[in-house]
Design a protein around this ligand. Structure first.
Ligand code: PLP
Length: 399
C-alpha cells in the first residue's frame, strides 16, 4: 500500500478554520473578531510609516544576500534585548543576556523549548488556563508534559490570583512556567505589578523556570511599562527565557520577526548557553532570513525612526483603548442589565467578552459576526464603521 496510507487527517486549527469560514461568508456586513491581528479604523492591516521608511533606505543601499550568522543580525538582537530589559540594564552591561533572532515569537518559543528539553529532560511545563492555543501543542511537540495553572476567573472576569499562586506553589522544582508578560492572550487579563512581585517570589522560592512570552509589547500601557515583569524578574536575579515578537508591534506578521532572549547568571554562562542555543538553530533551519530583521533593526537603531515607530505603536494602542471605551458605552445603552466595564481593565488586543459558545454561534449565524467559541473577541478588529452593528448584535444575543 501507499507510504502515506495510514496518515490521519489532522484536526483543523480552530482559529484559522474560523477565518476560512469568514472568507466564504457572502454577507456584506460581516465582521471578523476571531483574528489575532491589528486592523486600522478602515479595517486594513497597516503598513507602518516607520517600516516603509526603513525599507526605502534598505533598498537604496541594497546589500548582497549572504547567509546571516546562526544567531541572526547582531544589531537586531541588541535592539530586541534593550527593548525588553531597558537600554542601560545592568544585566546587559555584565554580558549576562543573550539574544538570538527567531522566526516570530513562535520560533522563539520553539528554539527555547528544544533547548530546555535537553537541559531539563524531566521537567514539566505549566501554561495558564486558558492560554494562547499554540502553547500546549508547541511544548508537547518539544517532548514535555504540559499542564495548566489557574489563571482566569470567569466570575469576576479577572485574575484568579489565589488559584494561580496555589498552582505555582504546587509545581515541582524546575518546572517550566510559561507566563504572558503583558496583554494576555486570550483573556486580556494581566497581573498587577504587585501581583507580579509575588509571582517572582514564588518562582524564586520554588526554583521554577520562567519562560516569559511577550508578543504584544507596546499594546498595553507602553513599551517600557509592558516589559515591567521582565525587568522585575531580571532585577530579582531570576534566570529566565523570553520569547518576544515584533509581528504585531511592527505589523510585520509575515516577515517572522521575533527573538529569543535568555538572562543568565554570568557572562561565562551566557557564552556557553549561546553555543547550545545556536546548535538548536543550526539543526532546525541553520540561520534566519534577512529582510524583516533588517527592517526592524533599522527602526530600533535609528532614533528618528524609533520615535516614529513608538508614536505609531502608541496610535494603535490608543485606538484599541478607544474601541474598548466605545464598546462598553454602546453596550451600556443597548444592554443595560449587563455590566461590561471589565472590558476597560483588560489589556492588549483581546477581550474575553463573557459570551458563551451558544451566543458566539448566534452572532455568527444571525449577524455574520465571527468570534472564537471561548468568547474571545479581537478588540483591534472593531472600528468606527462596525462597532454600532457589533454592539447591537451582542445586545440581541444577550436577550
Ligand atoms: N505568543 C502569544 C501569546 C501570541 O498571541 C502569539 C501570536 O498570536 C505568539 C506568541 C506568536 O507570535 P508570532 O506570530 O510572532 O509567531
Amino acid at each position: 500500500s501507499s507510504l502515506f496510507a495510514s496518515v490521519e487527517l489532522a484536526p483543523r486549527d480552530p482559529i484559522l478554520g474560523l477565518n476560512e469560514q469568514f472568507k466564504a461568508d457572502t454577507r456584506s456586513n460581516k465582521v471578523n473578531l476571531g483574528v489575532g491581528v491589528y486592523y486600522d479604523d478602515e479595517g486594513r492591516i497597516p503598513l507602518l510609516e516607520s517600516v516603509r521608511k526603513a525599507e526605502t533606505a534598505l533598498l537604496a543601499d541594497a546589500a548582497a544576500r549572504s547567509y546571516l550568522p546562526i544567531e541572526g543580525i547582531g544589531s537586531y538582537n541588541q535592539g530586541a534585548q534593550k527593548l525588553l530589559l531597558g537600554a542601560d540594564a545592568p544585566q546587559i552591561a555584565e554580558g549576562r543576556v543573550l539574544t538570538v533572532q527567531a522566526l516570530g515569537g513562535t520560533g522563539a518559543l520553539k528554539i527555547g523549548a528544544d533547548f530546555l528539553r535537553s537541559l531539563l529532560p524531566q521537567a514539566r511545563v505549566a501554561i495558564s488556563n486558558p492560554s494562547w492555543e499554540n502553547h500546549r501543542a508547541l511544548f508537547e511537540r518539544a517532548g514535555f508534559p504540559v499542564e495548566t495553572y489557574a489563571y482566569y476567573d470567569a466570575e469576576t472576569h479577572g485574575l484568579d490570583f489565589e488559584g494561580m499562586k496555589d498552582s505555582l506553589n504546587a509545581l515541582p522544582e524546575q518546572s517550566i512556567v510559561v507566563l504572558h508578560a503583558c496583554c494576555h492572550n486570550p483573556t486580556g487579563v494581566d497581573p498587577t505589578l504587585a501581583q507580579w512581585q509575588e509571582i517572582a517570589s514564588i518562582v524564586k522560592a520554588r526554583n521554577l523556570v520562567p519562560f516569559l512570552d511577550i508578543a504584544y509589547q507596546g499594546f498595553g500601557d507602553g513599551l517600557a511599562q509592558d516589559a515591567a515583569v521582565v525587568r522585575l524578574f531580571a532585577n530579582a536575579n531570576i534566570s529566565m527565557l523570553i520569547s518576544s515578537s515584533f509581528s504585531k508591534s511592527f505589523s510585520l506578521y509575515g516577515e517572522r520577526v521575533g527573538a529569543l532572549t535568555l538572562v543568565t547568571a554570568s557572562a561565562d554562562e551566557a557564552t556557553r548557553v549561546l553555543s547550545q542555543v545556536k546548535r538548536v538553530i543550526r539543526t532546525n533551519y541553520s540561520n534566519p532570513p534577512i529582510h524583516g530583521g533588517s527592517v526592524v533593526s533599522r527602526v530600533l537603531n535609528n532614533p528618528e525612526l524609533f520615535q516614529l515607530w513608538e508614536d505609531e505603536l502608541g496610535g494603535m494602542r490608543d485606538r484599541i483603548r478607544e474601541m474598548r471605551h466605545q464598546l462598553v458605552e454602546k453596550l451600556r445603552d443597548r444592554a443595560p442589565d449587563h455590566d461590561f466595564s471589565f472590558v476597560l481593565t483588560q489589556r492588549g488586543m483581546f477581550s474575553y467578552s463573557g459570551l458563551n459558545a451558544e451566543q458566539v454561534e448566534q452572532l455568527r449565524a444571525e449577524h455574520g459576526i465571527y468570534a472564537v467559541s471561548s468568547g474571545r473577541i479581537c478588540v483591534a478588529a472593531l472600528n468606527s464603521g462596525n462597532i454600532d452593528y457589533v454592539a447591537s448584535a451582542i445586545a440581541t444575543v444577550l436577550k
